[in-house]
Design a protein around this ligand. Structure first.
Ligand SMILES: [Zn+2]
Length: 144
């Protein structure tokens, strides 16, 4: 039985663990018509518990909702400004829309810190010992 890496407290379970796929460039093979770059992949499982998984899910849901609402507010603000200033839909409307969107993102970043989470702060999957070791060895994360 292993301990959850995220909170370093609970017993980890398979369903709440996270799989991270890493890749590395392999050799190149060439035929007359085609040059193929080969890649190797491996996956590393970060042990997690249900409470930490729920915390991450909650944050992801909040981010998705906040982004949708901010975009909607930006569009509505642009439409409102356009209605208040008869004329063509132009730069001013677009600027106001973007400003409202940016404000929404800023506010949601402040709010996200208030969401209670089970995992310890600053847990970056890329610092998981087995992953850090592979990264140092030339493996790369798909996202970077
Ligand atoms: Zn945990």
């Amino acid at each position: 039985m292993s301990t959850c890496w995220y909170c370093e407290k609970n017993v980890a379970n398979a369903g709440s663990s996270k799989k991270v796929i890493l890749y590395k460039k392999g050799g190149v093979t060439a035929t007359r018509r085609l040059i193929t770059q080969h890649y190797q992949t491996i996956d590393v499982t970060i042990t997690g518990c249900l409470l930490c998984k729920e915390s991450y899910d909650r944050i992801n849901r909040f981010t998705a909702v906040a982004l949708t609402l901010s975009s909607l507010a930006g569009v509505l603000a642009a439409i409102l400004i356009d209605l208040l200033n008869p004329g063509y839909f132009g730069l001013a409307e677009i600027c106001i829309g973007i400003m409202v969107l940016a404000l929404g993102i800023y506010l949601s970043r402040l709010l996200i810190k208030k969401i209670p989470v089970h995992f310890l702060k600053g847990k970056d999957p890329m610092k998981y010992p087995e992953i850090a070791e592979k990264l140092a060895d030339g493996w790369k994360d798909y996202k970077s």
